[in-house]
Design a protein. Structure first.
Length: 382
């Protein structure tokens, strides 16, 4: 075992079941679990790879399912959730405590059936069930590819597309009352940014700022030299100029324009990491970091993907480990999961990482485990 931050390592699932290759899904994480919602794969057929169950036959080529990966047990399991929505691609998905929030998204054909509904699901229940929130007020249009976040009492939504029209409007939903409000309607003139979908957000909520990274229309991807920023207090947009990486000559030291990338940010942290994506006909495998205070870009060369990837999903665990799951490579979808530390974890978490690496726990009887492991780590094996 060697602790190597900022280097991707492929997760070896071993035996058992796991999700099939997919794109357009979303993942979220706790300290020990990763949840994967939805996804799309037009290349899977009814009898392919065990996909002959009734749910798949009704929802194909979309995956109407929720999966859980236990990091400590290295084990995937399908969550027996009920009332899963039928919009399963390009949703906005957030985990608040044990509650999963799923907003928007699309079925197939893309844009043919979009959503502006918010569903919640308490993952701590033995049989979790999705429930649609009753709302009133000025809800955003039914779209997909929206970006969303929760701040204080509100659920915020920015942008999205119907498949034809592209938005960068800002709406918010009061989570207690179910009242939608228009926070800002895009005026179509600077500094309001052009409409887009599949963009990502960086948050400086102590300063009431929301940064919008990348995204696209049907034919144009946005860059990273100038970043649109929304002020939650003033309800206004502005644009900030970032600083390129002086060690990188290409594109002035900035990331290429891209869409279908992923972004993670540690809660309350001032650094965001983007990985992969598509830039025109070029598929990307690079990773970049932006400091939201200094606005300095840094290309993280050690954090390069072995294979270009887009339409994948990423999440950052509370301990600071990045997970990348699924997506599209050159010519096919994948169900590979990659992981990498983005910070130096606690010594406890580093030791746990080593224990899992050497599979020590596989050779210990349950009584020995219960006597020797701290309760918080023992709970991860439930």
């Amino acid at each position: 075992y060697r602790f190597r931050p900022f280097v991707f390592k492929q997760v070896d699932y071993g035996e058992g079941i796991w999700p099939r290759a997919r794109s357009g899904h979303k993942i979220v994480s706790t300290s020990n679990e990763i949840y994967s919602y939805g996804g799309y794969n037009p290349d899977s057929v009814g009898s392919d790879l065990g996909l002959d169950d009734d749910v798949w036959m009704q929802s194909k080529p979309l995956f109407r399912e929720l999966w859980r990966y236990n990091v400590s047990k290295n084990e995937w399991s399908k969550v027996p959730a009920t009332n899963i929505p039928n919009v399963l691609a390009s949703n906005a998905v957030i985990l608040q405590g044990t509650v999963l929030l799923v907003f928007g998204g699309t079925g197939v054909p893309f844009g043919g059936h979009c959503s502006n509904s918010l569903f919640v699901c308490d993952l701590s229940e033995e049989v979790p069930s999705f429930r649609e929130i009753d709302v009133t007020g000025d809800a955003p249009d039914a779209q997909y590819g929206q970006a969303a976040f929760v701040h204080k009492k509100y659920f915020y939504v920015i942008g999205g597309t119907t498949g034809y029209d592209f938005s960068c409007d800002v709406h918010r939903l009061h989570l207690s009352t179910g009242l939608w409000e228009v926070h800002h309607l895009n005026r179509g003139i600077p500094p309001d940014p052009p409409g887009r979908y599949r963009h990502e957000l960086g948050l400086q909520l102590e300063k009431s700022k929301v940064f919008v990274f990348g995204g696209s229309t049907a034919h144009f991807s946005y860059g990273f030299q100038e970043i649109p920023v929304f002020d939650l207090k003033c309800h206004e947009w502005s644009v900030v100029m970032t600083v390129g990486d002086p060690k990188v000559e290409e594109h002035g030291g900035y990331p290429k324009h891209r869409r279908f990338h992923s972004l993670v940010q540690a809660p309350g942290g001032n650094e965001v990491f983007i990985t992969g994506g598509e830039s025109g006909v070029v598929l990307l495998c690079d990773s970049w970091k932006l400091n939201l205070e200094s606005l300095q870009w840094t290309r993280v060369d050690s954090l390069e993907l072995d294979t270009p990837l887009y339409f994948h999903a990423s999440t950052l665990s509370p301990q600071g480990k990045l997970y990348v799951f699924g997506g599209i490579t050159y010519c096919s979808r994948t169900n590979t999961m990659l992981s990498s530390w983005l910070k130096i974890p606690t010594l406890q978490d580093m030791c746990w990482d080593a224990i899992l690496f050497y599979k020590f726990l596989d050779h210990l009887p349950n009584d020995t485990l219960r006597q020797s492991l701290p309760p918080k780590f023992l709970k991860r094996l439930d």
